[in-house]
Design a protein around this ligand. Structure first.
Ligand code: MLT
Length: 398
């Protein structure tokens, strides 16, 4: 059996396990160090009571004749309906909303659907799954070379307001776009998203819009969904998740919106293909998670989502303030749980090590998110308040 060339093409280990490995090595060498993580964006706070009741009642129902349910395929109809109402003003039918076990898992399945023939374009820096997943399927014929040839990096820097120059886009490609952005924390404005939609339409491309952090937007003028832009239904798919707003990183629940208006160049329905893919390689999200999702989207649940995201945004404010006071230029942290901090002329992994050694704080090196992330460090606001406060004290040493 020969090894899959596409796996051999992937440059390094997945970013977060690499960070975890360096943390372990440091901890072994310094057994007394009290390391605090502002690294991976993993939620830390307990699920709030109303949403938790949804989960436990969902589990209890499964032990009754009346309440038992087995496979739910594309998701419980009531949950799909509620997602359409809460997030999209009811503009999508339930057969356009597919319940998943999370945004990352659906991104992998979307990559399977679009296959090796389709080149990719990513914001640079970007969430590593877009690039690594594209290399894994040999996107744009990338199995023949280094694996990265089929991927166009679109630099997003302070100079371009973290919105890329789209003139470098190849025709017929998948454009991965995340807003609020992981890792930069930048949020695209309505006019910027309209430019993105027009560019996709013009060159026959589709947008995979990752809205996993949309519930962190506090500025009411900023769009929370690509579908706030006219015409997006004909060129975009949106993925979203309960992980970051409701603390479901371990529970697992998300959704993907594929409009029936989305068509390939030959006129075939993307929605029909997505249904085919989802039913072939996925058996649906847990019924218990979906019961939790229903609770999260009623009025009490939405208030809890607000409370939890406010808490993490409070952490973000603390981190950002301490960095700014130290003279470090930052973006994000206001409508996003990530702060993107610049260390001019420095190597990201070198700064990562310096912060670890001086402050015993774990961060994520910006270069792990793409070439334009070099000289940046991402700070995550997911942590207990006392830990974040302690980390902020220590960061004063920078
Ligand atoms: C991150 O730290 O970028 C994310 O938490 C990882 C994820 O959501 O998969």
């Amino acid at each position: 059996m020969n090894r899959n060339k596409c796996i051999a093409n992937i440059k390094a280990g997945y970013l977060f396990p690499e960070v975890a490995k360096r943390r372990r090595e440091y901890a072994q060498a310094h057994p007394d160090a009290k390391i605090i993580s502002l690294g991976i964006g993993n939620t830390t706070e307990p699920i709030l009571p109303h949403i938790d009741r949804g989960l436990t009642e969902g589990a209890a129902k499964l032990a009754t004749f009346e309440g038992y349910s087995g496979y739910q395929d594309e998701g419980i109809a009531e949950l799909r309906e509620r997602i359409s109402k809460v997030f999209y003003k009811g503009q999508f039918g339930i057969d356009e909303i597919f319940i998943s076990d999370g945004a990352k898992c659906d991104i992998g399945r979307l990559q399977l659907m679009f296959g090796a023939q389709t080149p990719a374009a990513v914001q640079d820096p970007s969430y590593p799954v877009y690039v690594d997943g594209s290399v894994l399927i040999g996107a744009g014929g990338g199995w023949e070379d280094s694996g990265y040839k089929g991927i166009t990096y679109l630099p997003c820097t302070a100079e371009n307001d973290y919105f890329p120059d789209l003139s470098a886009l190849k025709p017929n490609c998948l454009i991965y776009f995340c807003s609020p952005n992981n890792p930069t924390g930048a949020v695209a404005g309505r006019e910027q998203l309209a430019v993105l939609v027009r560019a996709a339409q013009k060159n026959g491309s589709f947008i995979i819009f990752d809205a996993a952090y949309s519930e962190y937007i506090r500025d009411s003028g900023l769009p929370k969904s690509i579908f706030e832009i006219d015409e997006a239904k004909t060129c975009a798919i949106e993925v979203n998740s309960f992980s970051k707003p409701a603390g479901f990183t371990g529970v697992r629940l998300g959704w993907t919106v594929v409009s029936k208006e989305l068509k390939y160049s030959g006129g075939e329905s993307v929605n029909a293909d997505w249904s085919r893919i989802a039913s072939t390689v996925f058996n649906g999200a847990s019924n218990i998670s979906q019961a939790g999702g229903m609770a999260a989207l009623d009025s009490e649940g939405l208030a809890e989502i607000r409370k939890l995201s406010d808490f993490y945004l409070g952490n973000a404010r603390l981190i950002r303030n301490v960095l700014v006071k130290a003279g470090i230029v930052c973006t994000g942290g206001d409508n996003s749980p990530y702060i993107w901090a610049r260390f001019p002329g420095r190597d990201s992994w070198e700064v990562f090590t310096e912060i670890l050694e001086k402050c015993q704080v774990i961060t994520t090196p910006g270069s792990g998110f793409g070439p334009s992330g070099q000289s940046f460090i991402r700070f995550s606001a997911f942590g207990h308040r006392a830990d974040v406060e302690e980390a902020c004290e220590r960061l004063k040493k920078l």
